[in-house]
Design a protein around this ligand. Sequence first.
Ligand SMILES: NC(=O)c1ccc[n+]([C@@H]2O[C@H](COP(=O)([O-])OP(=O)(O)OC[C@H]3O[C@@H](n4cnc5c(N)ncnc54)[C@H](OP(=O)(O)O)[C@@H]3O)[C@@H](O)[C@H]2O)c1
Length: 308
Amino acid sequence: MAQAWFATGPEGLETWELREVDVPAPQAGEVTIRVHAAGMNPADVKHSARPGATFPVPLGYEVSGEIAAIGPDTSIGSGSGSIGDEVVAFRVTGGYATELTLPAEKVFAKPRTLTHPAAANLLLAGATAAELVELTGAGEGDTILLHGASGAVGVSVLQQAAVRGIRVVGTASDARADTVRRYGGIPIAYGPGLADRAVDAGGPYAAAVDAIGTDEAIDVSLALVADRSRILTIVRPDRVASDGIVAIGGMKRASAVFRDAARPAIIDLAERGLLEVPVARTYPLEQAREAAELLMTGHAGGKIALIP
Ligand SMILES: NC(=O)c1ccc[n+]([C@@H]2O[C@H](COP(=O)([O-])OP(=O)(O)OC[C@H]3O[C@@H](n4cnc5c(N)ncnc54)[C@H](OP(=O)(O)O)[C@@H]3O)[C@@H](O)[C@H]2O)c1
């Protein structure tokens, strides 16, 4: 028997249960992955408690591991695929697991440059960041303002913007300013006086990306970016109607299509050493609740992975 985590009610982490599950043998077009690391994202916690969810909700959207079985006449998303191959998969259902069977099109060869805990956390943040960078419309020599630059989405935006020659001024705590520098950004502290610090860091700002969702992040973006269609948020859809900014999210069809299509290019960037995934900490699979508590502090200091 395999094991997998489920949210069994809307009240949050105390309802999470690790259950014994049957993993079906893969049919044509499917693959079974033995999970070496399950990636963790704030969405795992938020979506498992959203109104209208049907419980139990399987947890986890991305994994890294190896092919344990492959259906007849089946190729994975990156082509071919054999038992024992190291792979990543995104968007999966129920990644917090020892093993899972899923559509082969979601499975790609793992970048050799990344460990399993890093690879397990590459694609959700990476695909979100790819969509954000694309929608800024920024190019070589432009400057953008990035709120939450030291976070998981933030460091991926920094690296993907650097590939395009985009200059990024990014907010972070003083403790994480070096992370922003390491990935090519110009760090400034969030908090009172942010707009002045952003001006001092040097604009003009062609676009702004909000990866944190504070009113401060939105308000400073509105003050510094004239074109509201180039102010993007992944956290505050409630500010779209009032302020004319743009909100994106993986539950929206256009974003899902973009992000699925972005997977090979993100893996390629990682394979070429142009996209790293800083990992703060790993936990045994059994400690998913403790890991999620650290995740939801918003200050984990890097990605977190569960290790079966
Ligand atoms: N809509 C979507 O498709 C989508 C996709 C992915 C993520 N998200 C959302 O985006 C957010 C970020 O996700 P993540 O995975 O990047 O999270 P994360 O890794 O936990 O990063 C959070 C970042 O926020 C910063 N931060 C914390 N408090 C702050 C404040 N008061 N002001 C400014 N910055 C602050 C932290 O900086 P310091 O540690 O330096 O303080 C940290 O770097 C989450 O709300 C997540 O649910 C949405």
